[in-house]
Design a protein around this ligand. Structure first.
Ligand SMILES: Cc1cc2nc3c(=O)[nH]c(=O)nc-3n(C[C@H](O)[C@H](O)[C@H](O)COP(=O)(O)OP(=O)(O)OC[C@H]3O[C@@H](n4cnc5c(N)ncnc54)[C@H](O)[C@@H]3O)c2cc1C
Length: 351
């Protein structure tokens, strides 16, 4: 098989890029290990309160991607070809590495094993059943995902005990102090018990407190830590393009440093801004222009990095918004996301 532009990974970055290139008349082929796209923003509520979101967060690629798509996993990439797990090889003029990241301990966030939409819907239903049966839920990690999950569980299941354990003195470590304070208050109002400076450790005997050696005391544990870049297929031939954290080094035009013909974007790339879906989408918009400029041997402006902005729901009605110069919990801002967790916005942007 041959293609002009091979896009590896159809997350917020890769899927959007495929749509932009198709609109611009650039031939591309999108390859993803799964047969569906998923709006990760909605997965936590999908498990805590499935009646609110249904399965609307997920769609088959074939139902909205306009250009070429194949379902396969890239197992090995060189600067000219990609080998797939079905035995095929794809030759390309240029390739975009958009393989994102995984939460290996938290399958509800991004699935590791469910490659078909039907399997994923079943996996989410099983996750909900596990939660429904638990009385005490322990959430380890007070970053965005842990905070959001604590809010969703406590709001949808007020009679459960929800404990959020974090290893420093404040939740949401990289956020502004006001955002940390507001989110903490909102979680406490929902009855979430927050434990600071708690260090849990995975051992052969299960999860234990690192200092006391006591086993964790809960019916259900969610490990909201340890996101990993999806870079296995780069290691055989392209290990030199990875930094110490396993992310791909890119220049100001999102070209891969140390390789020709390759670009990278989104969670897998060391772009120098937050690891968020809306930023991966912005990078895709930029990269479409960059690819066209490269094909026409024209110069393009450098990619402009964005400050961290985030709208973190804490349950179904409250939340906190961090903007570049302000933090707010005003209803009309929070409700922009609470309406449907941006599911319709994301699919509208990818039409
Ligand atoms: C629970 C949760 C809530 C979040 N909420 C928000 C939010 O509200 N706002 C926000 O902006 N961001 C949010 N994020 C972050 C956001 O999901 C990520 O930043 C975003 O998914 C990154 O997009 P991406 O395109 O780089 O990669 P990903 O979305 O990780 O997609 C990568 C794709 O590549 C595929 N892939 C990987 N390896 C291969 C391979 N070898 N061969 C073929 N295909 C491969 C995968 O199947 C996947 O489809 C949230 C994340 C989580 C987990």
């Amino acid at each position: 098989m041959k293609t002009d532009i091979l896009i590896i990974g159809g997350g917020f970055g890769g899927a959007k890029l495929a749509q932009f290139l198709h609109k611009a008349g650039v031939q591309s082929l999108l390859v993803d290990a799964k047969d569906y796209f998923e709006v990760t923003f909605a997965t936590l509520r999908n498990v805590a309160a499935p009646e609110k979101t249904g399965d609307a967060a997920r769609k088959y690629y074939k139902d909205f991607i306009h250009g070429d798509f194949i379902q396969a996993r890239v197992t090995n990439l060189t600067e000219e070809t990609a080998s797939l797990d079905n035995g095929d090889t794809i030759a390309f003029k240029q390739a975009v590495i958009a393989s994102g990241s995984s939460y290996s301990h938290l399958p509800m966030a991004k699935s590791v094993t469910s490659l078909s939409l039907t399997d994923r819907n079943a996996e989410m239903a099983r996750e909900h059943d596990k939660l429904a049966k638990a009385n005490k839920v322990l959430i380890i990690g007070g970053g965005i995902v842990g905070v959001e999950l604590a809010g969703e569980v406590a709001d949808a299941h007020p009679h459960k005990t929800v404990v959020l354990a974090h290893n420093t003195q404040t939740l949401l470590d990289n956020f502004k102090p006001k955002a940390q304070r507001v989110a903490t208050e909102q979680l406490k109002n929902l009855g979430v018990q927050i434990e600071y400076n708690r260090h849990y450790q995975q051992t052969d005997d299960g999860i234990i407190d690192k200092h006391t050696g006591e086993p964790m005391d809960a019916d259900l544990v969610y490990l909201c830590v340890g996101t990993q870049p999806n870079n296995q297929f780069l290691k055989p031939h392209l290990a030199h393009i990875l930094n110490d954290q396993g992310m791909v080094n890119v220049d100001n035009n999102l070209r891969v440093i140390g390789a020709t013909n390759l670009y990278a974007l989104g969670d897998i790339a060391d772009v120098g801004e937050g690891k968020l879906g809306y930023l991966a989408g912005g990078q895709a918009q930029y990269l479409a222009k960059q690819i066209i400029a490269d094909q026409q041997v024209k110069n393009n402006k450098a990619y402009k990095r964005n400050p961290l902005m985030a709208l973190i729901p804490t349950g179904q009605t409250t939340g906190v918004v961090q903007l570049p110069f302000a933090v707010t919990s005003m209803k009309f801002m929070v409700n922009m996301k609470q309406k449907d967790l941006f599911i319709s916005k994301i699919y509208k942007e990818m039409r």
